[in-house]
Design a protein. Structure first.
Lengths: 74, 186
């Protein structure tokens, strides 16, 4: 868990209202399931279309004159 | 940051963006559209990204804004046809988690969006409470209470022992005990 000193008043309030009711084992179990859910999605094969899209965007940019790397506006 | 570095950064974040988008929208198909839009916007606004800050947080902000402005309604329609996403990867190799993944996803999909998104961000993506608060544009305390509410609701939906298993609400018990003498004496 994060320790966030600047946030003590708000956290106390949140703790008092909610954190007392949930068993740490239940929290752990939910945490594990959350990770399992997310990691499963992360590990799903990535469609080629995203890489194709980025390659196209990059190619388009290279064809255009570079109109200055800076933020200057004229 | 060179265009190459930026592009590599985007590529590296695609799995995370998809996972978050799927968790948020409840549909892989919407997730892919959402990721595509996010990549396009990120590329078009590359100069607004500040090197040294979290690219993930920046991209999540774009994705989330895109979702709430354009996709939310579509998401609800898709979710009506249910199941497709929750059952998609029902066979899960890693059995360490004792909750069934498909059941968990169904429960997750029932959470209000504002709870689901913060639970995912804080609990699975590696984003801090601080970054999550910034992405959502709310105070850290709000994130914390949303996370707590989300956990409690999930426990309830999954019947893995929430409030009921702990007996009477501690606060009420405490309040009754505190009030006791006064009631007697008063």
């Amino acid at each position: 868990m994060h320790t966030m000193n600047s946030d003590l008043p708000e956290r106390d309030e949140a703790d008092a209202e909610f954190e007392t009711v949930l068993d740490p084992k239940v929290q752990e179990s939910i945490g594990r399931s959350l990770k399992a859910h997310y990691d499963d999605l992360i590990n799903a094969p990535i469609p080629d279309k995203f890489l194709v899209l980025l390659a196209q965007l990059e190619a388009t940019e290279r064809r255009l004159p570079t109109e200055g790397e800076s933020d200057e506006r004229r | 940051m060179s265009a190459d570095d930026f592009k590599d950064g985007l590529i590296a974040e695609i799995p995370n963006l998809r996972a978050f988008a799927a968790s948020l929208s409840g549909s892989m198909q919407l997730a892919d559209d959402l990721v595509q839009d996010t990549l396009l916007k990120a590329w078009g606004n590359a100069e607004k990204f500040q090197p040294g800050t979290s690219l993930r947080a920046w991209l999540f902000t774009i994705l989330r804004n895109t979702y709430y402005s354009l996709y939310r309604k579509r998401g609800r329609e898709v979710q009506d046809s249910d199941g497709t996403y929750a059952d998609r990867l029902a066979t899960h190799g890693n059995q360490e988690s004792h909750l069934d993944l498909a059941d968990f996803r169904k429960a997750l999909a029932k959470l209000p969006e504002e709870q689901r998104e913060v639970l995912i961000m804080v609990g699975a993506t590696g984003l801090s409470y601080e970054e999550t608060a910034e992405i959502c544009g709310v105070a850290i305390g709000t994130i914390k209470s949303r996370v707590n509410r989300a956990r409690s609701r999930l426990a309830e939906l999954l019947s893995i022992g929430g409030v009921d298993d702990l007996g009477p609400d501690h606060r009420i018990t405490a309040a009754v005990q505190r009030a006791g003498p006064e009631i007697v004496n008063g």
